[in-house]
Design a protein. Structure first.
Length: 120
């Protein structure tokens, strides 16, 4: 099953974890869409700067610190993902509660570790 993934907080900078996550997801044959502040391409994936109504998102993997997430709460819920991954430094109890209330699974984990251990 292809777990179509939205990388929220994507960066064009190659030294950012979100950039590396896009590369690793693509390398592992996952379908990837991405949202960030600057448009561009990483591993063939276009980073959108507009919140698009993506369909059939399985996983949202967060690369935004908690103070920047608030503007995206409604958007994340509207996508109806199967799960949200809070990468290190993105853990947010307020968003945990919102996801729980909407029956959306979430986990505090590292996308890169999950991929490297075949647990994604």
């Amino acid at each position: 099953m292809n777990k179509r993934t939205l990388v929220l907080g994507a960066s064009l900078k190659p030294n950012r974890y979100s950039n590396y996550a896009i590369q690793r997801l693509v390398d592992n044959n996952f379908e990837v869409v991405a949202f960030g502040l600057k448009t561009g391409t990483v591993s063939g994936v276009t980073i959108d700067t507009e919140l698009l109504p993506y369909k059939e998102i399985h996983t949202v993997t967060l690369y935004l610190n908690p103070s920047r997430q608030k503007d995206y709460y409604d958007y994340i819920v509207s996508l109806k993902p199967k799960r949200v991954i809070f990468n290190p430094g993105t853990e947010n109890p307020e968003l945990f509660s919102i996801l729980k209330a909407n029956n959306i699974h979430f986990e505090a984990a590292c996308t890169l570790v999950l991929l490297s251990t075949n647990q994604y």
